[in-house]
Design a protein around this ligand. Structure first.
Ligand code: ZN
Length: 496
């Protein structure tokens, strides 16, 4: 058997182990009874360790070396070897004692963070957080970088992305969004969306959201939607992709949560079936993945055309909405409000929340900012960029789970997703013409078809930066996003 064939067979075994852990994790978040928790943690721990040991074994490195000599440049096999090599290098560069230390600190830090957030006590969390940042610094040194320490960390989540890319993107965002948000707050015609908060029947929400995701093109023969406290998308085969949603007081929670996760899901379902269970199937990076959830949630799902089609059926399910027309509903679901909490932020202010986190991460990593002074820096930036006063650290720098898990360098991928969604969409519109007319008629197939052909069917064959160049002819930038958002929200808020 050739080295390449052996490498592929090893990856198939690992894929089966990952599938098992993914199914167990999905079950844990959806249906598992409380009593299953302790056994599930044990099972997951053992399977994950087995997968990690198999993958990082010296023999994987030998197979990789051998396979390299057997592949044709540019072929699918070359892409498989490239992907496996990248993951192998990432997992081998960091010494196992540092991996162990991080994993121990993570569980300790998680508890400390939960407690600090509940009691609004940043000082008790600060020493743990400082150690977490120190581990991140060490990780970055082992991984290596040329320009900025941040590059090494960000690359783990978004291959090839750098702090300079982020700075470039945030400079454009800062220059445009901060002033738009200010203009909306000071001169915009106010939006009252109180009617969207109520006691909505769960069964009706379930039916309605399933109808939406089926009609936009999520294939229910190759996936399903269930409920979980935090919406997510997972999967273990191109033929089996799982979405979750949640039903809350805010009617938009389920609707936009479902559309968001269906966007992730359709990306996963769009990989070629012959790549199933290989390292080529699935989304290429966090940023590109998020661009697809945002496309269906925001660009399609928060458009007026979409609700010209669906508001009548929503109104017939939920009588409280009967007095509202499409224009009113469209304004309500696009309400912009500078707020404290990132996960509740609207499309316009969202990236400013990310900007705060990016700048703080850079400053702490480079020791420009001491962890003890983090809350003050956080609050000052919220005031400057969003115009809001942070009343306490629980609603401020303690709100996100990421740092306690050691996920430092992760946040910018959310903004990359927002930017890329509009950058891809600008190209899609050039090719398809009047997308509003298609959406209003419920003709989603040409839209999904375009995304499949240009993005989904490429799976992980090309690195994300290369994919963006191929599809849009330029590197990731904020221009399309800024143009689209200004046009949309100046109209909604009656600004000149
Ligand atoms: Zn997402």
């Amino acid at each position: 058997m050739s080295k390449l064939a052996q490498l592929k067979s090893r990856m198939e075994q690992l894929n089966a182990l990952h599938a098992a852990t993914a199914i167990m994790d999905w079950d844990q978040q959806t249906y598992m009874p409380k009593g299953g928790a302790s056994a599930r943690a044990q099972h997951l721990g053992i399977l994950s360790q087995l997968a990690h040991e198999t993958f990082t074994d010296d023999s994987t490195g030998e197979l990789l070396e051998g396979a390299k000599a057997e592949i044709e440049p540019g072929s699918n096999d070359a892409a498989i070897v490239r992907n496996v090599k990248r993951d192998f290098d990432l997992s081998r560069k960091i010494p196992s004692d540092l991996v162990g230390e991080k994993s121990r600190l993570s569980s300790e830090a998680h508890e400390s963070w939960v407690h600090a957030r509940a009691t609004n006590d940043f000082a008790s969390f600060a020493p743990t957080l400082e150690r977490m940042f120190e581990i991140a610094r060490q990780e970055a040194e082992y991984l290596g970088y040329t320009d900025h320490i941040y590059d090494a960390l960000l690359d783990m989540y978004e291959e090839g992305a750098t702090a300079a890319d982020c700075t470039r993107m945030f400079d454009v965002l800062k220059a445009n969004t901060v002033s738009l948000v200010k203009d909306i707050a000071e001169n915009g015609k106010p939006v009252d969306d109180r009617v969207l908060y109520g006691d909505w029947e769960v069964e009706k929400q379930r039916r309605f959201t399933e109808k939406l995701i089926r009609e936009i093109g999520f294939d229910m023969d190759r996936g399903r939607q269930d409920t979980a406290p935090h919406p997510f998308c997972t999967g273990w085969s191109v033929g089996d992709i799982r979405l979750t949603t949640r039903f809350k007081d805010y009617l938009g929670s389920a609707i936009f949560g479902s559309l968001h996760e269906a966007g992730h899901g359709m990306y996963e379902q769009g990989s070629p079936m012959e790549w199933d269970r290989t390292p080529l199937a699935g989304g290429v990076s966090l940023g590109v993945h998020e661009s697809q959830s945002r496309t269906w949630e925001n660009i399609v799902g928060r458009s007026k055309a979409f609700w010209k089609r669906y508001l009548p059926s929503l109104r017939s399910e939920f009588l409280a909405l009967q007095a509202y027309d499409v224009d009113q509903f469209y304004r309500m679901i696009n309400k912009v409000e500078p707020s404290l909490i990132r996960v509740e932020a609207d499309e316009v202010t969202y990236n400013l929340h990310v900007l705060v986190r990016f700048e703080i991460e850079c400053d702490v990593l480079t020791k420009k900012l001491d962890v003890r002074d983090l809350p003050a820096a956080w609050n000052a930036k919220y005031k400057e960029y969003l115009g809001v006063d942070v009343p306490n650290d629980s609603q401020g720098c303690l709100q996100d789970v990421h740092w306690s898990m050691g996920s430092i360098g992760y946040f910018p991928t959310y903004s990359m997703g927002n930017l890329l969604s509009y950058q891809f969409w600008a190209c899609l519109r050039r090719d398809l013409g009047d997308t509003d007319a298609l959406i209003e008629k419920g003709e989603f197939a040409p839209i999904l078809g375009w995304l499949r052909e240009n993005i989904y069917s490429k799976g992980k064959k090309y690195p994300p930066k290369e994919l963006v160049m191929q599809v849009t002819g330029k590197p990731m930038g904020a221009e399309d996003y800024v143009t689209a958002l200004n046009a949309k929200y100046r109209e909604i808020y009656h600004l000149s």
